[in-house]
Design a protein around this ligand. Structure first.
Ligand SMILES: Cc1cn([C@H]2C[C@H](O)[C@@H](COP(=O)(O)OP(=O)(O)O[C@H]3O[C@@H](C)C(=O)[C@@H](O)[C@H]3O)O2)c(=O)[nH]c1=O
Length: 172
């Protein structure tokens, strides 16, 4: 397990045999301090150019996420919203389907994905429930990163979040 400025990257060793392989992406024993119980699991599928996020839930409703890319390819984006030196730091991690690692993103980070290939799917597991009334966001095109997207596919909700700078100023 490696620490990427507050985000954890968890490596797995697949069990491989002549039929294919088996990858265990959650074991309570390994996650007992970080993610002892899973409350919700969802699967998300998107085509190339889709942007989801960058979402977070307020205070007591903050949602930790264990994210694993099953098929396709995507950029996983985490934004540090903890008060302190790292506030506003953006971490971009490319994830490929069937890869050997997952990311654990604490609820104190905003999270989103930028999808690089059609039929990209990922699984997300959380120990806290989705709480739409407590959801907030950061607008994807204010992160200071050029994602080189020619035709972004984004919801009205996600296009109308405040800029990263505004969110940072609010949290300072
Ligand atoms: C995420 C989520 C959505 N929904 C519903 C609400 C809505 O009708 C529909 C689509 O919701 P959204 O547009 O918010 O879905 P989406 O933009 O995919 O939101 C997700 O983005 C990724 C990057 C994350 O990190 C997640 O935590 C979550 O915020 O699904 C749930 O019922 N439970 C959930 O946990």
């Amino acid at each position: 397990m490696s620490d990427l400025g507050g985000i954890k990257k968890i490596g797995f060793t697949p069990f491989v045999d002549f039929r294919g392989d088996l990858l265990k992406i959650y074991r309570r024993e390994i996650f007992q301090d970080l993610l002892p119980n899973i409350e919700e699991i969802y699967l998300s599928r998107s085509d190339k150019g889709v942007i989801r996020g960058m979402h977070y839930q307020l205070g007591g409703k903050a949602q930790d996420k264990l994210v694993y890319c099953i098929t396709g390819r995507m950029l996983d984006i985490s934004i540090d919203l903890r008060p302190g030196g790292g506030l506003g730091n953006v971490h971009v991690e490319e994830m490929v389907g069937g890869g050997k690692s997952a990311l654990l993103i604490p609820g104190s980070f905003a999270h989103g994905v930028i999808v690089l290939e059609d039929q990209t799917t990922f699984i997300s597991m959380s120990p806290q429930p989705y709480s739409p009334g407590d959801e907030r966001g950061v607008r994807w095109d204010t992160l200071g990163v050029d994602f080189g997207l020619s035709q972004p596919v984004v919801t009205e909700k996600d296009q109308s979040w405040p800029s990263l700078q505004d969110v940072v100023n609010q949290l300072r």
